[in-house]
Design a protein around this ligand. Structure first.
Ligand code: ADP
Ligand code: MG
Length: 580
């Protein structure tokens, strides 16, 4: 075929494909337009998961009648005048192609009336063709109706998922925007049923409560940080409140919802070792920085951004989350109080509070280091033993728990979890230099299924840094020559299998996360188990080691290592002090 210029219709459908992928992308563009227009109130009506009809009505600035045809033209915008402005964009839109794109793959009706006009105007577009414009009576603001999405691009229609999925996408999108814009009244209806209604009173917690329920909203920890020219605010979950995927980690940059793996991993770094493997926090973070430091013109859908100083942004995010988490200490209390209650009800014991403050100051100070360095830095102890008060061992019970006494009551310590924590921190300290390996007297060979073998092959050099010396030994077979000293005495092949399993779990493990996870797993294997009797000496050693830990209160998987029964609580339980 000879080279030829594509007909307009085809060209606009190609372009539309980048902006309008599914009903939720239409809703996103309409919502962003309403926000850009300064709306205080936005209503969204969706029918048949957006296939049949979507409507967005706002009370914003409106579009003058003579500009209506421009609004639906490609590269026509009121938000950008020159190329320089592209690098300091303050509006959500700027490309001037959303309405044109939507109009080219649906039947679009645009009705608008600016505040200062007596009558409004209505314009219709079908499959990219202007059908006509008329005067109409209309409320001040703009109403966009999109019908029969993709009716002229059946191929696209086939790519839509089930109604439930498409509906969920819309719900997720609108609820996130509702969080980001608590001052705007946003209402969403699906097939006439209200899905979300916010009051627009500016209270983010209230929106959170609508989203996740009051109980969860109450538990979420507030995040704030201001440094240099970046401002971070938002919410993140305490370590006991997690999700099984990363979907509930949301970022807004200058009011724009963005999806960025690097930001997500900054958050995960902040939770380093505090969460159980495979669990993720629930986080909403709003980042604000001067527009010239963010490039939003990366992709037509505007869901990606580029930061001028990405490391700084990631570092700030991580510090902000870390700080939010540190303001709150996860020692569970017994007696039907929630941890929050306990924190509020009990005046802080100075013996606890001072070291904790020091620790916070220290962690926050050290976290100025680049992203990568934080987990190690956080574990390098310069004040060992200050994080737990000195404990007096009482003894072992049930072959599983140590009982100890501290300045503020009784501690029940899970011997397995505690030992895991001790081993983990020891390992992390050694990791800075080299992890001691134990060379096996007899190398051990073992076989893996081809899939796992491939995964293992890819990670051999990484594993050698952890003290595993493994070499390929024929197709899908390996020979282990050395294992980490920590695992001395255990079955080498079984140890490697544990590690391979971990590779298999994640589609795309981030090296950092993977390492911490692997180490946590290995420590779990090596730690004393419940049911194991410990000598007095061993019990005492475990207690001392735990006192020396930086995060003595959780195991590397994020479970508590101890339960604290405060003097206060005991007195209350025995009726020695005013009961609650
Ligand atoms: P962009 O938002 O990138 O400018 P769009 O195609 O989304 O491009 O919109 C084109 C223009 O139409 C906008 O620049 C704006 O002037 C006008 N417009 C669209 N939606 C609205 C609205 N809800 N209220 C007021 N003006 C609007
Ligand atoms: Mg727009």
């Amino acid at each position: 075929m000879a080279i030829h210029v594509l007909p307009d219709e085809v060209a606009s459908q190609i372009a539309a494909g980048e902006v309008v992928e599914r009903p939720a992308s239409v809703i996103k563009e309409l919502l962003e337009n309403a926000l850009d227009a300064g709306a205080r109130k936005i209503e969204l009506w969706v029918e048949a998961a957006g296939r049949r009809r979507m409507e967005a009505a706002d009370d914003g600035a409106g579009i003058p009648a003579e500009e209506l045809p421009l609004a639906v033209m490609r590269h026509a915008t009121s938000k950008l005048a020159s190329a320089e402005e592209l690098f300091r964009i303050r509006t959500l839109g700027f490309r001037g192609e959303a309405l044109a794109s939507i109009g080219s793959v649906s039947r679009l009706t645009l009705t608008s009336r600016p505040q200062d006009q007596a009558v409004g105007a209505r314009l219709r577009v079908e499959a990219g063709k202007l059908i006509g414009q008329e005067q109409v009576g209309a409320a001040a603001g703009t109403q966009v109706v999109v019908e029969d999405l993709f009716y002229n691009v059946p191929a696209r229609l086939k790519f839509l998922k089930t109604d439930t999925t498409e509906r969920n996408q819309i719900d997720a999108l609108v609820t996130r925007y509702a969080l980001a814009y608590p001052h705007i009244r946003i209402r969403l209806f699906q097939d006439g049923n209200p899905v979300l209604q916010t009051s627009g009173n500016g209270d983010r917690r209230e929106v959170l409560a609508r989203l996740y329920g009051v109980e969860i909203a109450r538990q979420l920890l507030e995040i704030t940080l201001e440094e240099e020219n970046i401002r971070i605010s938002g919410f993140t979950s305490p370590i006991a409140l997690t999700r099984s995927n990363r979907r509930e980690i949301t970022f807004f940059v200058n009011g724009r919802w963005v999806q960025e793996a690097a930001l997500v991993s900054a958050v995960l770094q902040a939770y380093h070792t505090l969460l159980m493997v495979g669990r993720y926090p629930l986080t909403v973070i709003f980042i604000e920085l001067p527009p010239e430091l963010v490039d939003v013109n990366v992709h037509p859908a505007k869901a990606e951004v580029r930061f001028r100083h990405p490391e700084r942004v990631y570092g700030s995010v991580q510090r902000a989350v870390r700080r939010g988490l540190l303001a709150y200490s996860p020692v569970p209390q017994v007696g039907g109080w929630s941890w929050q209650d306990a924190r509020m009800a009990r005046p802080p014991d100075p013996a606890w509070e001072m070291p904790r403050k020091l620790e916070q100051a220290r962690l926050l100070g050290q976290n100025q280091a680049p992203l990568e360095a934080v987990p190690v830095a956080a574990l390098q102890s310069d004040q060992p033993g200050r994080l737990l008060p000195l404990l007096r061992l009482v003894g072992q019970i049930g072959l599983a728990y140590l009982v100890a006494e501290g300045p503020d009551g009784l501690y029940l310590i899970d011997q397995h979890a505690a030992h895991e924590r001790v081993l983990f921190e020891r390992w992390m300290r050694q990791r800075v230099e080299a992890i001691p390996a134990q060379v096996l007297l007899e190398p051990v060979t073992f076989q893996l299924p081809p899939e796992s073998a491939r995964l293992l092959n890819e990670q051999l050099s990484f594993l050698s840094r952890l003290g595993f010396e493994i070499e390929p030994f024929g197709p899908s077979a390996f020979r282990v020559r050395a294992i980490p000293a920590l695992l001395a005495g255990s079955d080498p092949a079984a140890a490697v299998r544990v590690v391979v399993e971990d590779f298999e779990e994640d589609e795309a493990p981030l090296q950092n996360e993977l390492e911490a996870r692997l180490i946590a797993r290995i420590c779990k294997r090596a730690a004393v188990k419940a049911g194991q009797s410990l000598s007095d000496e061993e019990q005492r050693a475990l207690l001392r080691d735990l006192e020396a830990c930086q995060s003595p209160r959780t195991c590397p998987h994020g479970r508590p290592t101890m339960i604290h029964l405060s003097v206060d609580l005991l007195e209350r339980q025995f009726g020695r002090r005013g009961s609650r």
